[in-house]
Design a protein around this ligand. Structure first.
Ligand SMILES: NC(=O)C1=CN([C@@H]2O[C@H](COP(=O)(O)OP(=O)(O)OC[C@H]3O[C@@H](n4cnc5c(N)ncnc54)[C@H](O)[C@@H]3O)[C@@H](O)[C@H]2O)C=CC1
Ligand SMILES: O=C(O)[C@@H]1CCC=N1
Length: 271
């Protein structure tokens, strides 16, 4: 089995660990390096996962996953680099950090070391993530297949050229937060209309789950599905008119542009 070291046991590191274990990955083939001791203890207790230093974790791993904040990548990589790393051993580094390009790692790792940049998202926690892969210069087909195999255990896997990864970050990396925000706003609006918070939450969550399942399974476009709910002169048309009047569509254009720019900015500040 592929041995995986996760450097950084925060929200996305935990989502990956949890998703891999739920999909049948053996706990003995997972190790996490987490610098914050109480958090490390929490992960060990929750998942029975082995906790180690970044150096030791990287030493024995086939896949080294960097899951720290972009600003912590330098220190994490310095620690990882103390391990006896060797591209010849077919080790691969997978970076989940927003903004940090593969060239950043390639400059600092032994020559020829394969690096795959990945933009995951948190639904990997429940096996419904989407991980978008962008291979670095030294990545061969076998490396990419290995990373694809690992991440397909926790959701869908898509591959793009690295030039598209800032846009991907804006769409699917940050995307779950947009849906959570929409759900939050709808729940509050339902409460404003007199529903209890529990009822409003139940209705909104199930509506989101149902709508997502239809998008996924019906084969119909978003426009067709929306039209099917929108009766002429009806309630949905009245609501959508207000959403459009209040700039929902352009708010999303602006929001995703801001996220893409921020991802690019994180990259340039870490050259
Ligand atoms: N949270 C999300 O939805 C997504 C996050 N990402 C990326 O994943 C990375 C991690 O994000 P989060 O999990 O949200 O952050 P987080 O702050 O929850 O977790 C990062 C963890 O790394 C640990 N850490 C920092 N430096 C370390 C080191 N040198 N050695 C060991 N552990 C170290 C911290 O103590 C912390 O627990 C970021 O680069 C982010 O851009 C990517 C896609 C989605
Ligand atoms: O907000 C962030 O920077 C990270 C990257 C994508 C989702 N969360």
């Amino acid at each position: 089995m592929t041995r995986i070291a996760v450097i950084g046991g925060g929200r996305i590191g935990e989502a990956l660990i949890s998703g891999l274990l739920q999909s049948g990955h053996a706990v003995k083939d997972l190790v996490v390096a987490e610098q914050h001791p109480p958090r490390a203890a929490e992960l060990a207790a929750e998942y029975s996962v082995c906790v180690s230093s970044p150096q030791d974790a990287a030493e024995g791993a086939d896949v080294i996953v960097v899951a720290v904040k972009p600003g912590d990548v330098e220190s994490a990589l310095t620690a990882v680099s103390k391990a006896d790393l060797d591209g010849e051993r077919e080790q691969i580094l997978v970076s989940l950090a927003a903004g940090i390009p593969t060239s950043y790692y390639e400059k600092r790792l032994p020559a020829g070391f394969p690096v795959v940049r990945v933009m995951p998202n948190t639904p990997m926690l429940v096996g419904e993530g989407v991980s978008v892969l962008a291979p670095g210069r030294h990545v061969k087909k076998d490396h990419l297949d290995l990373v694809r195999g690992v991440l397909s255990a926790v959701g869908k896997v898509v591959t793009v050229p690295e030039s598209q990864i800032d846009a991907v970050t804006a769409v699917s990396g940050s995307g779950p937060a947009y849906f959570f925000l929409v759900a939050e706003a709808m729940i509050d609006a339902g409460v404003g209309l007199g529903l209890t918070r529990a009822t409003a939450s139940e209705l909104v969550v199930q509506t989101m789950v149902g709508a997502a399942a239809m998008l996924d399974q019906s084969g119909e476009s978003t426009t067709e599905l929306r039209a099917a709910v929108t009766s002429p002169g009806g309630t949905t048309a009245a609501a959508i008119r207000q959403l459009e009047k209040n700039g929902l569509r352009s708010a999303f254009y602006d929001a995703l542009e801001a996220a893409k720019s921020r991802s690019a900015e994180l990259g340039t500040s870490s050259e």
